[in-house]
Ligand binder design. Structure first.
Ligand code: MN
Length: 236
């Protein structure tokens, strides 16, 4: 490289840096429009395409990066009006919604429930899910007759959710039960412990399955992270 070329390159690089360092008013404005706060979107524990072909990469990307992110943004906005909640884990807040100030209670229930439910949901799935084993498998047999009996009951609950909501395998005391919740209501607000949850909002399946919710439910059974579910069962 000639000295002349080297000098030209240096000045170009410097110019590029100067441009990059100049504050960008558009970016500053965007940051102000979505205030940061105590709650964050946890990263997906696998790549967007890990659950293919059962759940497609585009759905995972939009579901996690847009839908979950929106619950967190709106939860942080609501919490800005109730700063006492900022230091509490979302689980603690949802377990006692009655103590949430009334002016933000509905927002916390919906947005906080969305944040908590989705944080669990990502961990409840993995590539090549398989079937449960050990104590959890025994408990499922005992409560539902067999593993296929359990699948039937959860499928029925998920199919019957009218509009948007979730179907769950929960612990009620030490009993395994199937439960469904509307919207983003979480079982922990009703005193049960969610072990496994199936999101049947259309945003969870519409790109690939359109109106065919039963096909999505059937496919989802292939990507359940039974180790995670068993851990939650063991630690009850
Ligand atoms: Mn969802």
């Amino acid at each position: 490289m000639t000295r002349r070329k080297a000098l030209k390159l240096t000045s170009l690089t410097t110019a590029a840096c100067a441009i990059a360092l100049k504050p960008n008013p558009a970016i500053a404005q965007a940051a102000a429009a979505s205030p940061s706060g105590p709650f964050k979107v946890p990263p997906l524990p696998y790549s967007y395409d890990a659950l293919e072909p059962h759940i497609d990469a585009k759905t995972m990307e939009i579901h996690h990066d847009k839908h979950h992110a929106a619950y967190v943004t709106n939860l942080n906005k609501a919490i800005a009006d109730a700063p006492d909640l900022a230091n509490k884990p979302i689980e603690t807040i949802l377990k006692d919604l009655n103590s949430v100030p009334e002016k933000v209670r509905t927002a916390v229930r919906n947005q906080g429930g969305g944040h908590y439910n989705h944080t669990l949901f990502w961990q409840m799935m993995k590539k090549d899910g398989g079937e449960p084993s050990g104590d959890l498998a025994k408990a499922l047999d005992k409560s539902f007759g067999s593993f296929s009996g359990f699948k039937e009951k959860l499928t029925e609950a998920a199919t019957k959710v009218f509009g948007s909501g979730w179907a769950w395998l929960v612990l009620d005391g030490s009993d395994l039960k199937i439960q469904s919740t509307p919207n983003q209501d979480s079982p922990i607000s009703q005193g049960t412990k969610p072990l496994l949850g199936l999101d049947v909002w259309e945003h969870a399946y519409y790109l690939k399955y359109q109106n065919r919710r039963p096909d999505y439910i059937k496919a989802w059974f292939n990507v359940i992270n039974w180790d995670f579910v068993a851990d939650r069962y063991r630690n009850h």
